[in-house]
Unconditional design. Structure first.
Length: 272
């Protein structure tokens, strides 16, 4: 009897391990397939490391995920297909009633993707502006909120509460225990605080403080998206570098050799 029970236990544990492995491989496969798809532009992957970044945040394709200000949809082309089968993807885009021409054009382009691209057919489109539109998803519904290279825009806003309002809206949308993932251009801590008002770079300490003020717990940081070649002191701020290249052909080879900006990659948790 003991032998039979032991054999049954070993078989059960083996089956459980096999199922867990298959489950995890299925999750990895969904994300890997999205990242490796020939339908998306992967030219910037060498700077943005999407697979490693999302793995660091703990992304799984069964989650409810909100992406903040997806713009033209660079990360959306990964998130929407990866979440389509088993998860839910909210794209918290610019408000439809915005008077800013760039916002209107960006939103129109994203809506075209949703209408015409099968990868985007299940996207849930919401609105986000840190001073006026904060209902990015139903309260307490999201497993993960992601924001890529956006914090500086809120910090530089005329509305001095914009950045704190943004983090509070992320906190509201997340379930207890949910994850906030932040990627942002990084300003060295020994630089003047005033540089954050115009350069597009942020101090990591300031971003962490904003998240903590909203109630988040800091979990970990990563140098996945670090770039030691970036000195963060360029004539046109972060926009001097690719992909913007605000100086045009002036020193273009120099800035292309640097690549995209040095970036912090931060993981936070909404407490249980």
């Amino acid at each position: 009897m003991k032998f039979a029970l032991k054999t049954l236990l070993v078989a059960t544990l083996s089956l459980s391990s096999t199922m867990t492995l298959a489950h995890n491989q299925g999750h990895e496969s969904a994300l890997q397939q999205a990242v490796q798809s020939s339908e998306r532009n992967s030219d910037r992957d060498q700077y943005r490391h999407p697979l490693a970044t999302l793995a660091f945040f703990g992304f799984e394709p069964t989650m409810t995920v909100v992406e903040i200000a997806p713009g033209g949809g660079w990360y959306s082309e990964i998130l929407a297909p990866a979440l389509k089968a088993q998860g839910t993807y909210y794209a918290a885009h610019f408000p439809a009633d915005s008077s800013v021409g760039y916002y209107q054009r960006s939103l129109a382009g994203f809506k075209t993707k949703i209408a015409n691209d099968a990868r985007f057919s299940d996207v849930k489109l919401t609105e986000f502006a840190p001073s006026t539109h904060l209902a990015i998803a139903p309260a307490g519904s999201a497993d993960m909120v992601l924001t890529f290279r956006n914090v500086h825009n809120w910090y530089m806003s005329k509305d001095k509460d914009a950045a704190s309002n943004a983090f509070k809206s992320f906190y509201t949308a997340l379930k207890p225990g949910g994850t906030l993932g932040v990627v942002e251009h990084r300003l060295p801590e020994d630089r003047a605080d005033e540089m954050q008002q115009s350069s597009g770079y942020m101090k990591q300490s300031v971003v962490i403080a904003l998240a903590k003020q909203a109630g988040f717990e800091f979990v970990a940081d990563s140098d996945i998206n670090a770039n030691p070649l970036d000195t963060a002191d360029h004539p046109k701020g972060v926009w001097t570098l690719p992909p913007s290249l605000r100086l045009g052909e002036q020193d273009a080879a120099k800035y292309k050799a640097i690549g995209e900006s040095d970036r912090m990659t931060l993981k936070f948790k909404k407490p249980l």
